[in-house]
Design a protein around this ligand. Structure first.
Ligand SMILES: [Zn+2]
Length: 409
């Protein structure tokens, strides 16, 4: 069984939107109260979900406006908190923080209390307890058993996300291996020579966003005009996130369908080698600026891609492998010589040792692919220059990325 999310844009009526805000507000309050209670008394009294749910019943009896909001949503908030503490005690996350208005506007229903119907080709509706039927733009078919339903506010409006469990037979993984280099000029370069680049519209939005950010800086703190300017930045950011997510989903699906093993480099060590990628070239000012722009666009997306790809590979019986990133951009894929001078420009790789020529990102992708096969590492590491960049890590093959660290790989 695998859990999958299906997310759609909601089209609530004004009175439904008012209920959404009320639900989100009360659930946030319940969460924050329970968090405070747990932080103060939890250690002494071993407060778990059951004890806090009993307190919730008392709270509901006492206050009408708490009772006005559907009880399951409030219980789900307590479950969230319980999970947050579980993650904290297991050392996976930091101590749970209070939820904030405008950031954590969401509430959740158990799947069995919710119904869905199709209205026509474009629209469907979801029945939420105490709220009623709410229309949503039906952009993709759903499958699997409904587990729960979350309603959430982001900068561009209200969304509904259905979490479903999909039973699947993992197919015999094809043994085709592909190495993937995540870069700035080419977003994804595959060891097969394929190159995928983020849509150009992202860059246009980035320029608009920076302009909008400068406007925010000029507005007086606490003013309405500042709030409006901030909302514009948030909307542009949300649009970028949607475009990026769409690109990653498409690219990952394509890769998961074609290959059994996808090899990525460990990006936590990438910062150390990043300078070598740039210094060989003599980029003009615009090139640098553009690279900076792209880097900013990508920064949030690289880890997300690893998570999405892992999901899609696992669903098809495949596997994602993370290998060390050291010198992937300077290593010749043909003979293994490591030399910064081989990187002739941002795009071109010409080996100092053997003269092998390739697109620099594809060369890196092939090197990444080879690192999955440990014995071949013997080939690498013939340094022509003393190298300063050392990550302190050995060139050993690491495990699959851990899923629990919020998309970090
Ligand atoms: Zn070579």
């Amino acid at each position: 069984m695998i859990a999958r999310g299906f997310r759609y844009k909601l089209e609530p009526l004004p009175e439904q939107e008012a209920l959404f805000r009320q639900f989100a507000g009360v659930c946030r309050l319940v969460y924050n109260l329970a968090l405070e209670q747990k932080a103060t008394w939890g250690r002494k009294h071993r407060l778990g979900y059951v004890a806090q749910a009993a307190d919730l019943t008392r709270l509901r009896a006492e206050f009408d406006w708490v009772r006005a909001v559907y009880v399951s949503c409030q219980q789900q908030a307590l479950r969230d908190l319980d999970r947050a503490f579980g993650n904290f005690f297991a050392g996976r996350t930091a101590f749970p923080r209070p939820r904030k208005r405008g950031v954590d506007d969401s509430f959740r229903f158990p799947g069995r209390e919710v119904a869905v119907k199709s209205l026509n080709g474009k629209w469907s509706a979801v029945r939420l307890p105490k709220i009623g039927w709410v229309k949503f733009r039906d952009t993709r078919p759903m499958r699997g058993d409904l587990k729960n339903v979350t309603v959430r506010l982001d900068a561009s409006g209200w969304y509904v996300a259905f979490t479903r469990e999909i039973a699947h037979e993992a197919p015999a993984p094809s043994l085709e291996v592909v190495g993937i280099d995540r870069g700035v000029a080419t977003t994804l370069a595959l060891s097969t020579g394929d190159m995928l680049t983020l849509p150009a519209s992202l860059e246009r939005i980035e320029v608009l966003k920076r302009k909008a950010q400068r406007i925010v800086a000029r507005r007086k703190r606490g003013s309405n005009r500042r709030r409006r300017a901030q909302a514009r930045v948030a909307r542009l950011q949300a649009r970028q996130a949607r475009i990026r997510r769409d690109f990653h989903h498409r690219a990952a699906l394509d890769i998961a369908r074609r290959y059994g093993v996808a090899v990525l480099e460990d990006l936590n060590t990438r910062g150390m080698t990043a300078s070598a990628r740039g210094t060989v070239t003599e980029p003009g000012r615009n090139v640098r600026q553009k690279a900076g722009l792209n880097r900013a666009i990508l920064a949030a997306g690289w880890h997300l891609f690893a998570t999405i790809l892992t999901d899609k590979m696992e669903e098809r019986g495949g596997q994602v492998v993370i290998v060390p990133a050291r010198f992937t951009s300077q290593t010749c894929a043909a003979c293994g010589v490591v030399d910064a001078r081989s990187r002739e420009s941002q795009a071109r790789f010409i080996c100092i040792g053997c003269g092998h020529t390739d697109h620099a990102d594809v060369n890196a992708a092939i090197t990444i692919e080879r690192r999955w096969n440990t014995p071949l590492l013997d080939v690498e590491g013939v340094h022509q220059q003393p190298c300063e960049a050392s990550t302190g890590r050995d060139l050993t093959v690491s495990e699959n990325p851990r899923r629990s660290r919020r998309g970090r790989c």
